[in-house]
Design a protein around this ligand. Structure first.
Ligand code: NAP
Ligand code: COA
Length: 257
């Protein structure tokens, strides 16, 4: 739970892609705990249903709709369901992503494309569909979950780094195009977040020693998103908040691969 007041998102509807597992699930739960009605989407129906049930038991109203974010029509259908079910859509969190660490030598053309399609194209699909169906007329806010790769070359992560840096650029473009419409667009870039699929995949395949002080929690991530979608951030748009305990700006402590 965060330190924010419980009802700060009362009356709002939030869509979290990738909201049935890991960081996305904690974001969805936290926004729900603060009063928002939640829509989650991803591919695996069983994960969606389990998360929906868990949220319901915690008093969070949740709609779970399966989709692949690479498919624009499927994404439009999720957004239409959200608006029909809850009467609006105020907050979008683009958290769905895929990754497998691999050096370029072992990354096929399709492997690179697959991750860029899920992360960057998927974020574009959801953002564009939500803008067209609701945000354009009513305003709202979008938070994109990226990674703190802005100034770094990261071995075995060519696809993720290209996609996430693309999302950072998209974030800034949307922020400037849509500021006059009352739509704020920001990003949150996690470093090493414990108990997540992302870290598991990375540490399973890349030899890496991460100092305890550089490991964050899923709640740390959710709190940053909660701040950005709250009215306390009403004049903040086009920025990236790194949630990484300063890992990526500390040359001396950065884990050596
Ligand atoms: P995760 O639990 O595997 O979350 C990824 C989610 O995306 C899953 O729920 C997955 O569900 C969904 N997804 C994947 N492909 C999809 C598709 N084509 N269409 C719709 N949904 C799709 O991993 P996580 O570690 O918590 O990562 C969450 C976010 O944080 C990601 O954006 C990741 O890049 C970012 N991140 C994490 C870390 C970290 O420390 N873990 C570090 C940097 C960035 P399905 O498989 O059911 O579709
Ligand atoms: N190493 C090298 N290439 C790999 C790979 C690995 N570990 N895993 C997948 N690929 C390649 C495949 O070989 C394929 O390329 P090819 O057609 O040239 O053989 C391509 O990537 C697509 O694989 P596919 O399994 O068809 O993709 P998908 O769309 O079903 O799944 C993934 C996408 C690969 C990203 C999958 O791992 C996934 O669904 N991840 C979601 C969860 C996740 O990644 N969580 C961490 C969040 S950051």
């Amino acid at each position: 739970m965060s330190d924010f007041k419980e009802d700060i998102l009362k009356g709002r509807v939030a869509l979290v892609t990738g909201g049935a597992t890991g960081i996305g699930k904690e974001i969805a739960r936290t926004l729900g705990k603060h009063g928002a009605r939640i829509v989650i989407t991803s591919r695996k129906q069983e994960n969606l249903e389990a998360a929906r049930k868990e949220f319901q038991e915690q008093g969070i109203e949740c709609l779970a709709v399966p989709s692949d974010v690479r498919n624009a029509e499927a994404v439009e259908a999720v957004i239409a369901s959200a608006i029909t079910e809850f009467g609006g859509l105020n907050i979008i969190v683009n958290c769905a992503a895929g990754m497998f660490p691999a050096p370029i030598e072992r990354m096929s053309y399709n492997g690179f494309k697959t991750v860029v399609d899920i992360d960057l194209l998927g974020t574009y699909n959801v953002t564009k569909a939500a803008y067209t169906a609701y945000l354009k007329e009513h305003g709202g806010c979008i938070v994109n979950i990226t990674a703190p790769f802005e100034h770094w070359g990261v071995s075995s992560m060519a696809h993720v780094a290209a996609a996430k840096n693309g999302i950072e650029s998209l974030t800034r473009t949307c922020a400037v195009e849509w500021a006059p419409l009352g739509i704020r667009v920001n990003s949150v870039a996690p470093g090493f977040i414990s108990d997540t699929e992302g870290v598991k995949r990375f540490t399973d395949s890349v030899e890496v020693e991460v100092d305890k002080s550089l490991k964050g929690t899923r709640q740390d991530m959710a709190n940053a998103v909660l701040f950005l979608v709250s009215d306390s951030a009403s004049f903040i748009s086009g920025v990236c908040i790194r949630v990484d305990g300063a890992a990526t700006i500390d040359l001396l402590r950065m884990p050596v691969v």
